[in-house]
Design a protein around this ligand. Structure first.
Ligand SMILES: Nc1nc2c(ncn2[C@@H]2O[C@H](COP(=O)(O)OP(=O)(O)OP(=O)(O)O)[C@@H](O)[C@H]2O)c(=O)[nH]1
Ligand SMILES: [Mg+2]
Length: 343
């Protein structure tokens, strides 16, 4: 019996909370059963955010900061270590979800058989790249509650506009992948803003595949911005990334149903999740007709542009449409919970 989960990580402001809301919206429309969002960010300031389990009910970074006179980073580390030391709280909360677990009621069993959780994580990357507590928390959920996780590592599109930042994001992604030891999918977020980066130095596909990175640094080399030693280091790092071919990105804009649907398919494949598998696990009947219809229509919209849509064209059109609908306001973000999930 397996339960499924997305572990949504990424730097501060990468779009984790907005993405989690978007996933809940889209997958609810698709009729995915027993879908829950779990806030694991003790520093979240967003009290309007709807989640099914909230770590702030156990420990809150703001309170810790005041009580122990810690800074924002120290208090977050304290909170995650506190959660690691009070894992029974998280286990109990997760057991309470779904209500279909075998041991429900007597406290001995696991959570709902077809549970699918989306974990909204803090924006402090050290927690996923070097610190042990977060990884220990995930291991305990895998071991005690039989969760199967995929790490969804969000990277802001903005980082593509500078070669150094992009390389740093790639190296960090590798670091997170090695540290958490989970199936791992890198996601480029906020791609509706692609139109603002029309001077990107490489075709968009190259960013998605993390290819020809040395080429990307050529501009910096020619301008003499980097010294010779640094150039060599950069070239070697680029070669390392390219040779191992371990990093690629799936592009997403949360309000764009097509891109979100594409990502959900990638994640389902990583998790081994199918509606049939979930139904079988829960002993429930066939998927609802409504879900089937929505999946088919989204599949058809993807197929209309080929198996691999031209994301650049797609996002430029989507961004333009979005701006015209907003009266050309040119907002920076989509706002919390503002994801529509469908086009
Ligand atoms: N245009 C656009 N903005 C987005 C998208 N996703 C998120 N944003 C905006 O990015 C900003 C940060 O989003 P959050 O979801 O709070 O990011 P976060 O990673 O949860 O941030 P922390 O919890 O502070 O680490 C907000 O202003 C969002 O509206 C997107 O797909 N497109
Ligand atoms: Mg957040």
């Amino acid at each position: 019996m397996v339960r499924f989960g997305q572990v949504v990580v990424g730097a501060a402001g990468a779009g984790k909370t907005t993405y989690c809301n978007g996933v809940k919206h889209l997958l609810s429309l698709e009729g995915r059963p027993n879908l829950f969002v779990v806030n694991l960010d003790p520093a979240s300031e967003n009290y309007a955010y709807e989640c099914d389990v909230d770590v702030r009910d156990l420990v809150c970074a703001r309170t810790v900061q005041e009580e122990y006179k810690l800074g924002p980073n120290g208090s977050l580390v304290y909170c995650i270590e506190y959660l690691e030391n009070h894992l029974e709280w998280l286990h109990t909360q997760l057991r309470g979800l779904g209500g279909k677990g075998k041991g429900e009621g007597d406290g001995s069993g696991g959570p709902g058989d077809d549970l699918y959780v989306v974990l909204d994580c803090p924006g402090q990357v050290e927690l996923y790249s070097t610190h042990d507590s977060f990884r220990a928390i995930l291991r305990s959920l895998e071991k005690s509650l039989e969760f199967r996780f995929v790490c969804v590592n969000l990277v802001d599109l903005q980082l593509c506009s500078d070669p150094g930042n992009f390389l740093a994001a790639i190296l960090l992604s590798l670091n997170v992948m090695l540290h958490l030891e989970l199936s791992h999918v890198n996601v480029l977020t906020k791609c509706d803003l692609l139109g603002r980066y029309q001077d990107l130095a490489m075709p968009f596909d190259y960013f998605l595949e993390a290819q020809d990175l040395s080429q990307y640094f050529l501009g910096d080399r020619l301008s003499g911005r980097l010294d010779a030693k640094f150039n060599r280091l950069t070239e070697n790092l680029c070669e390392l990334v390219e040779d191992f071919s371990l990093v690629s990105f799936v592009p997403v804009a949360v309000e764009d149903g097509k891109s979100m649907h594409h990502l959900m398919k990638v994640l389902d494949k990583c998790l081994g999740y199918t509606a049939a598998a979930a139904s079988a696990a829960s002993g429930h009947g066939d998927p609802m007709d409504q879900r089937q219809a929505l999946m088919e229509s989204l599949d058809a919209s993807l197929a209309a542009e080929g198996i691999k849509p031209d994301w650049y064209e797609h996002f430029i059109k989507f961004g333009a449409l979005r701006e015209s609908q907003q009266g050309g306001g040119g907002e920076q973000g989509v706002g919390q919970g503002g994801a529509s999930g469908t086009e």
